[in-house]
Design a protein around this ligand. Structure first.
Ligand code: NZQ
Ligand code: ZN
Length: 394
């Protein structure tokens, strides 16, 4: 087992009606004014926003609001939020939504706490943050895990660059997880979220280094739980227990727990997907599903035993008598079969993209930061490798 740090300071309030505690939880933060940040229509239509405002009123908390965050959240909205918060004297961000809203809120919080820099420079890796305003989350979709992660991902419309910035400073003070808030999700978003949750653990699981029994067991059990309940949600979107299992898995999958001792994780699929999200505005989880099988086939021979363990422990594929390579490939096929069963794409065409050679090249060029970096840990990938994986996924 490799050395590791595990830091997960977010207070989790889980279960039915927990969003009604928003006012009291914000009050504990001793702030003067809150920005209630949200997305398009869903939180207003469901009545959630009104309930949040009511809870803040009851706790005597002053607030202002900013909606309109779109999936693959935009830098222009972050700038708008920073200006509004400066004008209004906001000192706490309450994100009501999914990963996009929470990430936009985190970026606004960075911008306010580091007034001497352009906030994009954090995401462009030109500088680091000295501070971050406190952020709290009321989660409405189990997917990105931003409610407990140290990460935020923003898309700059200039060049359509989607870039992440990771720092413990932005970890949410609290995360309200009420599975019922996810009942109104379209099925595509529910299942896309399940893929993202699986991927946050798989990115940490497929590391070509010595690993550890405890973390492996947690990871394998988390993946089985998500696969099992994602299937239930295809048939019964109103199944509370399935929603609850998936929601808790989403937070545990990306709060660092499944990475303890793995040396950091691979993250190649996420890097490859971020370019798809930036250029073509696809749903993040669906984009991951479309790329994963091609990535897996491209890299599995680096350590077939690891993929064989995945096949056996996650999909119950018997190891006996088969070569590790054969078992590994059966595991990859089983995962793709699962994706199909929840109507997720297993290639870019199914994702709705017909890409030209030039577009494939452009994706790889951007993902490799203009041929200046490699990605991945299981197998290090350069620009040519990235191009091949995108082409395999066509
Ligand atoms: O805007 P509204 O109307 O709310 O609609 C949203 C949006 O269209 C809808 N939705 C959310 N909750 C709903 C709902 N619709 C009905 N009922 C509800 N209860 O779902 C759509 C997707 O929302 P979004 O926030 O984009 O989803 P997700 O949580 O998957 O976030 C994706 C973003 O997070 C980033 C992704 O790259 C992407 O930009 N990620 C962030 C990470 C992090 N900060 O740690 C890690 C991830 O790997 C990921 O990269
Ligand atoms: Zn993700």
């Amino acid at each position: 087992m490799r050395n590791f740090e595990f830091y997960t300071p977010t207070k989790v309030i889980f279960g039915k009606d927990t969003h009604l505690q928003a006012g009291e939880l914000v009050k504990e933060q001793h702030c003067k004014k809150v920005l209630v940040h949200y997305g398009g229509q869903s939180a207003r239509k469901s009545g959630l926003l009104d309930e949040v405002f009511h809870s803040l009123d009851e706790a005597g908390i002053a607030y202002t609001e900013l909606g309109g965050v779109v999936p693959n959240p935009r830098l222009s909205k972050v700038y708008e939020g920073i200006e509004l918060c400066k004008k209004e004297g906001v000192d706490f961000i309450l994100a009501v939504g999914g990963g996009s809203v929470i990430d936009s809120g985190k970026a606004i919080a960075y911008g306010l706490a580091n007034p001497d820099i352009d906030v994009w420079d954090l995401y462009a890796k030109k500088t680091t943050a000295k501070a971050c305003l406190p952020v709290g989350a009321i989660l409405t979709i189990a997917a990105a895990g931003s409610e407990m992660s140290n990460s935020s991902v923003i898309t700059n419309e200039k060049g359509w660059l989607k870039r992440g910035y990771n720092d413990d400073l932005c970890r949410c003070k609290f995360a309200i997880l009420n599975p019922r808030l996810t009942y109104t999700l379209p099925q595509y978003q529910t299942e896309s979220g399940c893929v993202d949750i699986l991927m946050h653990t798989m990115e940490r699981y497929f590391v070509n280094v010595e690993t550890m029994e405890m973390t492996d067991s947690i990871s394998e059990s988390l993946m089985q739980t998500v696969i099992y309940n994602a299937r239930i949600l295809m048939r019964e979107p109103g199944n509370y227990n399935a929603r609850a299992e998936v929601m808790w898995a989403g937070s545990l999958s990306h709060n660092g727990l499944t990475g303890c001792g793995t040396g950091g994780g691979d993250w190649a699929c996420h890097q490859l997907e971020h370019e798809l999200g930036g250029m073509f505005d696809v749903a993040h989880g669906a984009g991951l599903a479309a790329i994963w099988g091609s990535w897996a086939r491209y890299v599995y021979q680096e350590n077939p035993d690891r993929f064989a363990q995945f096949a056996t422990n996650v999909f119950d594929i018997p190891y006996d008598g088969l070569s590790p390579e054969t078992t590994a490939l059966r595991g990859i096929e089983a995962m793709e079969e699962f994706y199909r069963s929840i109507q997720m794409p297993t290639n870019l065409r199914e994702l709705g993209l017909e890409l030209t050679d030039e577009q494939i090249h452009q994706l790889a060029f951007k993902c490799s930061f203009e041929d200046t970096r490699t990605i991945g840990m299981f197998k290090q990938l350069n620009m040519k490798d990235m191009e091949k994986i995108y082409a395999m996924a066509r």
